[in-house]
Design a protein. Sequence first.
Length: 116
Amino acid sequence: MQKSTPDYNQIYKDIINKKYPSRKEECEFLLNKDNLSILDIIELNNKIFGLPDHITEAFNQSHRSYDKYSVLMMLQYQKRNKLTNSQLAKHFKLSKNTVTKWRKLFDSMDEKNYSN
């Protein structure tokens, strides 16, 4: 069974055209992408609606989910910028435990790939 995902590109285009036409130029680069990653969606959301207040941010944070590609992008960002787990967690507004779990999971996957 194929996993269906919302067409975020169309959703955000509709929102911009109807409610925020002044922000169209600012978001055009992201909206022209064929596939939006989770990180692109978060960036688009922040550009359109601005940074959320504390209560909204806490609610949204507890309902986020990341695909494998997005997790790997965050871990690459960590390596590229030589960040600790705590610094990465703060940058992406994640739990330090989540980052540690991802590192262990993907480091063990790398070891399995190298051993074959």
